[in-house]
Design a protein around this ligand. Structure first.
Ligand SMILES: Cc1cc2nc3c(=O)[nH]c(=O)nc-3n(C[C@H](O)[C@H](O)[C@H](O)COP(=O)(O)OP(=O)(O)OC[C@H]3O[C@@H](n4cnc5c(N)ncnc54)[C@H](O)[C@@H]3O)c2cc1C
Length: 476
């Protein structure tokens, strides 16, 4: 029998990478307690592509006859937008929207860069060919991709070039015949330890003075001279007691480049702030990648809403009007994001490059709403639960221990037995109270950029003239 997508992933993961945890390099991610549960989840997710039913919702056939994930599909037909959207949703639903990097955002972005590569052909003549080869390689080998784009915080009033020379923001220190040598840090690569590949480029515009900091390249996660510095793990080995932390701790890592040589074929743009920003901020690229983000957000809000409904039912509070008010708010969030997603898909348009483009403004709106919706959704779970989420035994097994019969009476709910209610409360706590839960709240606020500036960008890009014209017509 041929290897499955998941088992091929596990073979690739065995390639040693410099994943640092607690001051040591992790030797075997697939067996290490901080990573093993998530590795199994990633492999299982990839295996869905081989599933006789789900597989067809997740993959397409390439021009060479191979099967590839739909995040890589170039949308030449209108229906391709809907196929892509469905596949994002199926994949996100498989992890309740909790896993973000395996779901395909950066694969979708790479597809966008490949499609729009001619935009910077004049400034960067090699970009189209290099990105086309990289895109085809990842697509055909089903490689997972994350990205890191931010300079270390240090002092936000300074340009990267003013931070000093040693191990601050990532920059080019040398060019050789083989490639560029880079030194310094980029933050943060969510999922870095688990991914095959990492794309590195500035996620905000660089100035002319920061030319050597304006470089776009990709490396395998196992690239020599690259270190992934992990935050404290939130993973648990107790699946029953920590249903999310035990399976979906994606890990966030800072990348340190120790004079790493990046071969020319993987240097897509070098020392060119304008070209990087032109391709990064292209509307088509934003639309095709945000499409995935918003589908994942819908999955996650649906999960939170479902947990909210169950929490209320489990202690019989759904009849109270303020509880209904809070549950309705969860539904409003979900329906709003779903509606924006559908609107973006149904109002897709043919781009001059001959590809279909989901409509951008509803996607930007949904993404920006998400960073306010999600923290509020988590707050609603806390308000619905009261102390319930903490009133659980440390382990489910205690329900069958020496005090079992008493505990099963105390922990039962209005409509379910103690075992079911404790399982629900443990899921709710993992979402809304655990370290993983706190990380997710921060993630939804910040993963797509500083919300203060993403809102400002929405203001800046909005067609305000149409509004002004309307007032002018009214005033006469
Ligand atoms: C859990 C998590 C996962 C993430 N995953 C990824 C990933 O996979 N890849 C990736 O590239 N990034 C990732 N990010 C990083 C994310 O994109 C950044 O957190 C975000 O862009 C903000 O940058 P920062 O964290 O450096 O904060 P800063 O930009 O330093 O902001 C910190 C505070 O200072 C204020 N501030 C700073 N500078 C300015 C300024 N010039 N003007 C006005 N206000 C300012 C901000 O408003 C904010 O209040 C992730 C973030 C989180 C929390």
């Amino acid at each position: 029998m041929s290897a499955t997508s998941g088992s091929r992933y596990l073979q690739r993961l065995a390639q040693q990478r410099n994943v640092w945890l607690d001051g040591e390099v992790v030797r075997d991610l697939a067996r290490h307690p901080a990573f093993a549960g998530t590795v199994r989840s990633v492999a299982a997710l990839l295996d869905l592509q081989d599933d006789p039913v789900r597989g067809s919702e997740l993959t397409f056939t390439t021009e060479t006859g191979a099967k590839a994930n739909l995040a890589f599909l170039v949308p030449r037909e209108r229906d391709d937008i809907f196929r892509r959207g469905r596949s994002f949703r199926v994949w996100s639903d498989a992890t309740f929207g909790v896993m973000s990097r395996v779901a395909g955002f950066y694969r979708a972005q790479l597809t966008g860069w490949h499609i729009r590569s001619n935009l910077i052909r004049q400034e960067e003549p090699h970009f189209p060919d290099k990105i086309a080869r990289y895109y085809a390689d990842l697509r055909d080998r089903d490689l997972l991709l994350t990205a890191a784009g931010h300079d270390p915080q240090i002092d936000r009033t300074k340009l990267a070039s003013e931070l000093g020379d040693l191990y601050t923001a990532l920059r080019v220190v040398k060019e050789t015949e083989e490639g560029i040598v880079v030194r310094g840090a980029k933050m943060i690569a969510t999922g870095g330890p688990y991914m095959d590949e990492i794309m590195v480029s500035p996620h905000s515009p660089k100035t002319a003075e920061e030319k050597h900091y304006a470089v776009m390249f990709a490396i395998p996660a196992s690239h020599p001279g690259v270190h992934l510095i992990c935050r404290e793990p939130f993973a648990s080995e107790r699946t029953e007691d920590h249903p999310l932390s035990s399976r979906y701790d994606e890990m966030d890592a800072v990348l340190v480049f120790d004079d790493a040589l990046i071969p020319w074929d993987r240097v897509f743009i070098g020392n060119n702030p304008e070209a990087i920003w032109k391709i990064r901020s292209d509307r088509f690229v934003s639309a095709i990648s945000l499409h995935e983000n918003v589908a994942r957000l819908a999955s996650k809000l649906e999960f939170v809403a479902a947990v909210g409904v169950e929490l209320a039912a489990s202690i019989g509070i759904a009849r109270f009007s303020h509880v209904q008010d809070k549950l309705a708010e969860l539904f409003l969030q979900l329906e709003t994001v779903e509606a924006l997603l559908k609107s973006a898909e149904h109002r897709c348009a043919l781009h001059p490059d001959g590809v279909w483009e989901p409509e951008l403004p509803p996607l930007v709106t949904a993404k920006n709403l998400g960073n306010r919706y999600y923290p509020r959704a988590i707050e609603i779970l806390q308000l619905l639960s009261g102390a319930g989420m903490l009133q659980v035994p440390s382990t489910l097994a205690e329900l069958h221990g020496p005090l079992g019969s008493r505990l099963r009476n105390i922990y039962r709910g209005a409509d379910r037995d103690a075992e079911e209610r404790v399982k629900l409360l443990k899921t709710a706590w993992d979402l809304a109270g655990s370290r993983l839960g706190a990380r997710h709240e921060l993630y939804e606020r910040f993963y797509a950029g500083d919300p203060a500036r993403t809102y400002a960008a929405q203001y800046a890009e909005y067609d305000k003239q149409a509004l002004l014209d309307r007032v002018a017509r009214h005033i006469g």
